[in-house]
Design a protein around this ligand. Sequence first.
Ligand SMILES: [Zn+2]
Length: 1002
Amino acid sequence: MTLSRPLRSLFLYALSLTIFGTIANAQIKPGRDPNQAVDQEYTNKIREYTTAPYFNSPLTDYLPASSNVPTPKAVLGDVAGAPGKLPYAEDVYKYMRMLERASPRVKVFSIGTTEEGREMIAVAVASEQLISKLDENRARLTKLADPRSINLDEAEADRLVAASFPVYYITGTIHSPETGSPTALMELAYRLVVDDSPYVKSIRDNVMTLITPVVEVDGRNRMVDVYNWHLAHPNQNWPGLVYWGHYVAHDNNRDAIGLSLKLTRNVMNTYLSWKPQVLHDLHESVPYLYDNTIGDGPYNAWVDPILTDEWQMIGWNNVSEMTKFGMPGVFAHGNFDTWSPGYLMFIAATHNSISRLYETFGNGGADTLERTLSPSEYQRTWYRQNPPLPKAKWSQRNNNNYEQTALLTSLYYFGNNSKLFLKNFYLKSKRSIEKPKNEGPAAYVLPADDARNGNQAELLRTLQAQGVEISKATAPFTVAVKKKAASTSARSAASASPAASPTPVPKTEDRTFPAGSYIVRMDQPYSRIADALLDYQYWSPSDPQTDIYDDTAWTMGELANVEVVRVVDGKVLQAPMERVTGEVRAPGGVASSGSVYVVNHNADNALVTLRYRLKAIEMDAAEEPFEAAGRKFNRGSFIIRKANTDELQAVANELGIQVYAVADAPSVKTHPVRAARVAMMHTWLSTQDEGWYRVGLDQAQVPFAYISTQDVSRDPNLKSKYDVILFAPVGRGGQQIINGLPMYGNALPWKKTQLTPNLGGIDETDDMRPGLGWSGLENLQKFVKDGGLFITVDDTSDFAVQYGFTAGVNSSRSSRLKAVGAVLRTKTVDAASPIAYGYGDSLAMYCMNGPVYSINNGVGGRGGRPGPRATGRGTPDDPDVPQGRPPAEIPDPPAPVQPWEAPRVTDEQLRNAIGLIPPNQRPRVVLRYADSRDLFVSGLLDGGDEIAQRPAIIDVPSGNGHVLLFSTNPFWRGQTKGSYFLIFNAIMNWDNLNAGRKLADK
Ligand SMILES: [Zn+2]
């Protein structure tokens, strides 16, 4: 049945109403128990801070009194959601621990620390009965989560379900400017402990509520600082929250694929050890409460349909209950597609539980404000029959009312139907184990003879951190795999969009994998996440969803530059193998003996770590491939003429690097490989995307100075301090990089003070407003002329081109191209460039509609490319012939140049060569985008011909230095580890980037 999107959703709505209509059994009236006293003072304040009665519900318009359990006022000095009150994470924890001391219904667990050492906690709240059975319940949930442990015995599963209670895990304020949830969760915990109304008692008796009140702890504390600064400076502008966590801002909710951030790891580990049935993440953006769990298509293709039905059931129940309370603006559906598995809540979706997310309404702090909405926000639509009000006074208390009411209705519904959801949890786990015999595949294989064992191990460690079991073949094995040649020609098409017609069934061929190959079996409980991450993505260019929410591709093997083979053949599960215990590590060490050491350059990220760890040792790079110790070594391979063997052995072993000792250094041209002095330059406009570069550099242990555009504006001698300046994407355009923020109004300090103890630390300034300025631009250009390397990516490359760093490069923005967070194929153009060391002839890279480059051998010229012939006599290949005279001899046309090449220098240009760039200063294209037919790797690609064959990475000599331009993004969300080394190569070869260059003779 094919329905249009709105019709399909209506159908699902009707279906879900039917489902929850039949299973919601108990008819308990929501609201207070008249026999329980209320805390009148607190209740009065709730009413005072709620801006209209309909912004509250019978569940939260009072606070039950307790003689021994403290209310949030004990820490806040006022009620939850009070104007002007934003508690630091530590205050929230202090309160949760007060609850723990006061009541056997609460237990607080430390779940790890942040990058900056702040604690993260999880608070369990339930009846003392449930709390006392926490461990035995966990043991049962662990069995339900792994049906292999009960031999998939349905009767035993039913017995476990009957004996178990579910865990509902709520996470607050991952996004720091979304400030309401910590106080809402403090008060929610209090209610769950104290309230004796039948409604809340039913929750307490049937559900273990687990709460992480602050997910982004570093960012929360910075946000509270900024808010306090704002309170202390009532009539001034306040600084924007330029840093949230230590590394990234809102992308902290895009880390569930790469698991680079501690907050993701901590929540993941909590998830894996508690086995909750729901992970519910709290956000604020649209009015007043949008349950975006249900979202919109396309749904992630790897989640279980049982889950997508559960989204509908719980979500629409939420809307229905709150509509009955008379609360306006509660809706589901909306425009959020649930394609990407990168969101924190998706940890649950990809691990057999239920992911949920609320967007509530917030004021970015605790001020009460008159809020005027846009028509798109307040208009009624089919999925928002009771829309928000066009204009209303809104308070943080309103937000807290909505968040708590919605959570309480969800918890109540979940508790009432706990057996259904526990059984579903079991079924989803079981269906994950049965993947090989149902939808497939049977396994993914990562061959032992991969050229990059280090990156392979790194990828497998990420899967292990996702809870995935890894096995290793103990002998060679042969299975049928998809035929390689067939796969490329099957999708070749004249257009640059991947073929939309159904692909013919691919032919298979036998392939033998060597012993030591890694096998990710799909008959395991967490096969779903491994399948989702290792598979390819296809987003149709004609998908009805045009408002794409995030990346369309994340194919981990391609982005790690590691071979991953999807195997449908069930025989693979019979291959001789053993489970890997402990972390996957690449083998390393020093083999054979000799006084000279050689290390093959395979673009494994560990190589740059080796360079910096052994900073004092001289290393050279071979400029040509060579053979030694009976093996082939790639261009760029390290040659170490003098080293302490023991030290080298220890580091190589630790980093998983194979070092070969030989008697003599191979006779090959070399240049030094440097542990360059690197600076990362950031703006005060946005640090979101550059944070992923810091993550990558820190993981690879590449030290760097962290400088701002303001530092650069004041430093005319940058080259004396740095060899390389890396300017990661900013997303604000060149003029803003120069100008900074407007200079109207007051200064915007970002620094550590008594009032703002959590600002600074990463970087500080007295005023965030000034930008790079013209002096900074001049200083940067001098840095390059003096011999420095300036690395730019995407929009900072636009900046470099626009402001004259790159003679001979034109950059434009695409008009038809749609490569929305897609994975595209690039081809190596100049394998002798040090940037390309260790890479093969092609590399899959992340692209977000990158700039379209062309290059030229002249400055200021329009770059004449020969056009098609003019109108005239004959066929398209014939010459025209003027009538009435003998035909003139036409000179041979210049050999055609490719889209990634510069048009050849003409005699006309040479006659007065003012704008002609000397051959050694001309742009050198290292990688280009593949031809149209090979460009698509994964995700959404439409209009790819616009960027096909264009330069992707250009090394532009300038004075004594170089500027390196990327159209692709090599460092993205910890997912693109296969392209990190393009930057590492640039860093280590910064003063020898001209190596291997062939110069034009004119
Ligand atoms: Zn958010």
